[in-house]
Design a protein around this ligand. Structure first.
Ligand code: FAD
Ligand code: NAI
Length: 466
């Protein structure tokens, strides 16, 4: 029987990063993966393919709408969807190969099959009707998440799709109905809208992007509406009739009332994700779940079963790849006897639309609810030189700082490259920095990041260019 210091079940960003860090710390490590390829949701059907399509569709949109005004004259771009999907697949393959390389480089054994925990120190790996049991000092569960489904609406991944089907449609739908105005709905809605689909988003709540700062969400909704998105807020889809050539979705007001119908060629259901624990044998092994089906852990990622830990989407917290990665590093260090730690107050979130939306720390609503006195500094990209010359002035930077100490508590950005710009705020917040610290940090000119500095200056009511 093979024996290890650590067996990690699942090779998404949580699992493979945990395995690499553990190997760096001198452990003998194996990963177990039931899918044909390594990399989990993120690399195969999540972050990476969606970003490839967002990039390619943005180029298509730019070629059709922005080149001419810059004096670049090209004929109207033609969509070659199979080639675009091939571009996406090349990106996936390249990243999956990268993870395979990291496993080899760090001498990590890859055990292909479904992992089941038999008890402390024992994992059964089954594939093609055969199984083997391996012994290990520690086990990390990193089995991720699966799509949440709507009762009575069956996802066939052709006409009624989850994000997975929406990443591989074989033609641009005339009408795309999206259920859920969260991150997936707005990102994949952007992809298909740019490629020619009419997009309607039905959202249960009275706002888009729940959890994001309310003012940012409102302005972002206006920007998306200007681009051509239609929103039906405070509404839910309760049924989809698939009998005809076009789908007929029943829409009901969330608060109750008369139902209506919307027709669509494709319905994308993206109402969140749920932890994935099927086949792990958790109940029999004695690993406790919380009331939402997530593996329950203590502050050191330990489950209720000795020697078994859990990280990533399968435990509580934001379902984000970088959160899973940081937890993977922290748990490997804890198992090695070090003081691994994740600062959950500084986990950025990015929506990779155009413009992008990024955020770290507290929203205005959260600060109000917690009764924290704060000051706000805002700066629009319309007043940022670089954005003006590029004619990409949508959006603004918003900084929330403690009214007494000036410590930065939250930063929220809508704008091109907002997903890159947020990280100076992350570093500042990790070091407990103030708006004054940020305002006095020299920023290169001309950059869009100067808007971050100006927003920090605006906290002290002394922005220069506004
Ligand atoms: P996963 O990546 O889900 O990996 C879990 C792995 O475990 C899978 O490979 C699975 O096959 C395997 N597994 C499960 N059970 C077993 C078993 N019993 N035995 C063996 N193997 C098993 N996050 C971001 O931060 N940025 C983004 O831009 C982003 N975009 C996304 C876009 C889409 C369309 C989707 C769906 C998600 C996106 N996410 C994004 C979320 C991100 O993908 C997840 O947060 C991340 O993948 C979670 O990592 P994980 O390691 O916990 O689990
Ligand atoms: P989400 O939680 O972001 O959004 C789901 C939306 O659906 C919410 O606005 C919710 O109010 C709404 N909703 C729920 N039930 C509904 C119903 N019956 N009818 C209408 N609306 C309903 O979930 P989403 O977009 O599915 O994404 C899943 C996860 O994947 C998220 O947790 C996100 O963190 C992650 N992800 C991250 C990305 C990124 O970081 N850029 C990109 C894509 C996904």
């Amino acid at each position: 029987m093979a024996t290890y210091d650590l067996v990690v079940i699942g090779t998404g960003p949580g699992g493979y990063v945990c395995a690499v860090r553990a190997a760096q710390l001198g452990m003998k490590v194996a990963v177990v993966e039931k899918n044909a390829t390594l990399g989990g949701t993120c690399l195969n059907v999540g972050c990476m393919p969606s970003k490839a399509l967002l990039h390619a569709s943005e180029m298509f949109e730019e070629a059709g709408h922005s080149f001419a005004k810059m004096g670049v004259s090209v004929s109207a771009p033609k969509l070659d969807l199979p080639a675009m999907m091939n571009f996406k697949q090349q990106g996936i393959d390249g990243n999956v190969k990268g993870v395979e390389f990291l496993m080899k480089k760090n001498k990590i054994d890859v055990l292909k099959g479904t992992g089941k925990i038999l008890g402390t120190g024992k994992v059964e790996v089954s594939a093609d009707g055969k199984s083997q049991t391996v012994e290990t000092k520690s086990i990390v569960i990193a089995t991720g998440s699966d799509i949440a489904r709507l009762k009575g609406i069956e996802i066939d991944e052709k006409r009624i799709v989850s994000s997975t089907g929406a990443l591989s449609l074989d033609k641009v739908p005339g009408k795309l109905l999206i259920v859920g105005a969260g991150v997936i709905g707005l990102e994949l809605g952007s992809v298909w809208h740019r490629l020619g689909a009419e997009v309607v988003v039905v959202e249960f709540l009275d706002r888009i992007l729940p959890g994001m700062d309310g003012e940012i969400a409102k302005q972002f909704q206006r920007i998306l509406e200007k681009q051509g998105f239609a929103f039906k807020l405070g509404a839910k889809v309760t049924a989809v009739d698939t009998s005809g050539k076009t789908l007929k979705a029943t829409i009901e007001p969330a608060a109750g009332g008369a139902a209506g119908t919307l027709e669509a060629d494709v319905v994308l259901v993206c109402i969140g994700r749920v932890p994935f624990t099927d086949g792990l044998g958790l109940k029999e092994a004695g690993v406790a779940l919380d009331n939402r089906g997530r593996v329950q852990i203590d502050p050191h990622f330990a489950t209720s079963l000795k020697g078994v830990y859990a990280i990533g989407d399968v435990v509580a917290g934001p379902m984000l790849a970088h959160k899973a990665e940081d937890e993977g590093v922290a748990v490997a260090e804890i198992i090695a006897g070090q003081a691994g730690h994740v600062n959950y107050d500084v986990i950025p979130g990015v929506v990779y639309t155009t413009p992008e939306v990024s955020s770290v720390g507290k929203t205005e609503e959260e600060l109000k609810q917690a009764g924290v006195a704060y000051t706000v500094g805002k700066f629009p990209f319309t007043a940022n030189g670089r954005s003006k010359v590029n004619q990409t002035t949508d959006g603004f930077v918003k900084i929330l700082a403690d009214a007494k100490t000036d410590r930065v508590l939250g930063v929220h950005i809508i704008g091109r490259e907002a997903g890159e710009m947020i990280h100076e705020a992350c570093v500042l917040m990790e070091f407990g920095g103030s708006a004054e610290d940020l305002a006095r940090t020299c920023h290169a000119h001309p950059t869009r990041s100067e808007a971050v500095k100006e927003a920090a200056l605006a906290v002290g009511k002394r922005a220069i260019h506004m």
